[in-house]
Design a protein around this ligand. Structure first.
Ligand SMILES: Cc1cc2nc3c(=O)[nH]c(=O)nc-3n(C[C@H](O)[C@H](O)[C@H](O)COP(=O)(O)OP(=O)(O)OC[C@H]3O[C@@H](n4cnc5c(N)ncnc54)[C@H](O)[C@@H]3O)c2cc1C
Length: 378
């Protein structure tokens, strides 16, 4: 496995890092989160830089790139603020890829150019109040009425739903089939009559809202069905493999951000007549953080390479998700120790990283569920 970055990849990382440092410094992200303001301008600027088109088909406006390139991009975005990666990921890596992989030519033509240009945003409506891990037992129902599906039910934790143009919803289309065999994926306009979206107060990344979504007799044309009828579970679980790799990339970014912040602080902060980095206990915290960053990146890139090659990678994606999220949590926790009392103050991004990182042990399938997947592969 050759993980040497090319000159182009190193340039790409540098360009992106300086763009984000200029456009999304800590105080800007802090203010967006404090005011719970969706970063629409920043999203448009990220689109201008080509981030919203990465890996999508070129013929629809996509930018060809490797999975490692995409991991680099998501690392850098998450390093400055999870509210930005929460904004980007559902549209790009789940919904955009879903449409590129399973959409009809008409669906690709209709949605992908707008996704690539940043004009169309989407949200993934999978979880429901009664089912999260056990997704195949979801109860949102779509009933066929001629050329229309009529949808009734409720989703929860749908990130970006209130600012999305469309929701990619998994719904039950055959109640008589075994749980996983009767599900389909529908593209639902967020403004369709009968769709109600309500943001939920949450711990972190508040600028991108995580919402409840109610469907009440929502009518969408059958041509909004993505992929085959009753093949929804296969589509969603396939996309979730990629999602877990990209969770790994975001966790690497948060861990790297915490390491950079803590290292800079430890070199500046003096106690007992010397920079605290020279106190061995602090140096060891930083060393542990540096090791966690490397572990997170390596497992993520291993899975990304398999994804790139189109090889089965469910186990590796789960390994990446668990290892990177737990490494990042440990890393940020050590970063809190390095900054002492200042870690707790909103002036520094460490407390934000600490709040943001917990999500990644939960979303995309909890780490307990990932361990089940890994154990089954042994
Ligand atoms: C901020 C945020 C954003 C999110 N964004 C989205 C989104 O955009 N779209 C979306 O669809 N969902 C989203 N989610 C939902 C997320 O994917 C779910 O929270 C997650 O899948 C877990 O589901 P649950 O919360 O219902 O927990 P549950 O499934 O109820 O699990 C509760 C606990 O039981 C454990 N558990 C359950 N079953 C097993 C088992 N078989 N073996 C071992 N342990 C088990 C779990 O690991 C967990 O610890 C988001 C969640 C959060 C917090």
């Amino acid at each position: 496995m050759d993980l040497t970055l090319s000159d182009e990849q190193q340039d790409f990382r540098r360009t992106l890092r300086s763009f984000l440092a200029a456009e999304a410094p800590t105080d800007v992200i802090r203010e967006l989160d404090r005011t719970e303001t969706f970063p629409a301008d920043l999203y448009a600027k990220m689109a201008g830089l080509g981030l919203t088109s990465m890996g999508l088909p070129e013929e629809y406006g996509g930018t060809p790139c490797s999975e490692i390139d995409l991991c680099i991009a998501l690392e850098e975005v998450a390093r400055v603020g999870a509210c930005l990666s929460y904004a980007l990921v559902p549209t790009l890596t789940f919904c955009g890829r879903g449409i590129a992989g399973y959409g009809t030519p008409e669906q690709k033509q209709r949605y992908l150019p707008g996704i690539c240009s940043g004009e169309i945003r989407m949200a993934m409506a999978l979880s429901e109040p009664e089912v999260g891990s056990d997704l195949t037992h979801l109860s949102t129902r779509a009933v066929r009425d001629g050329d229309i599906y009529v949808i009734n039910g409720q989703k929860v934790f749908t990130t970006g739903a209130d600012t999305a143009d469309y929701l990619l919803a998994i719904v039950r289309t055959d109640p008589d089939a075994p749980a996983s065999k009767g599900l389909s994926v529908l593209i639902v306009p967020r403004t369709a009559e009968g769709v109600t979206v309500r943001p939920l107060p949450k711990l972190a990344g508040q600028a991108t809202h995580t919402c409840e979504v109610y469907f009440s007799d929502v009518r969408v044309p059958v041509e909004n069905q993505l992929g085959e009828l009753n093949a929804g579970a296969k589509i969603v679980f396939g996309l979730l493999d990629g999602e877990r790799v990209f969770v790994g990339a975001q966790c690497t970014g948060i861990a790297q951000g915490a390491l950079d912040l803590a290292t800079g602080y430890a070199k500046e902060r003096h106690q007992f007549g010397k920079p605290i980095i020279e106190h061995q206990a602090v140096g060891h915290l930083l060393a542990d953080m540096a090791m966690d960053v490397r572990v997170a990146r390596l497992v993520t890139w291993e899975a990304a390479l398999l994804l790139e090659q189109g090889r089965p990678c469910s186990t590796e994606a789960s390994v990446a998700k668990v290892t990177a999220s737990e490494a990042a949590s440990r890393c940020v926790s050590n970063g809190m120790s390095v900054l002492g009392g200042y870690s707790y103050m909103t002036e520094f991004a460490m407390e934000r990283y600490w709040r943001e990182v917990k999500l990644y042990e939960i979303a995309g399938g909890t780490n307990q569920i990932q361990r089940n997947i890994i154990a089954r592969s042994l």
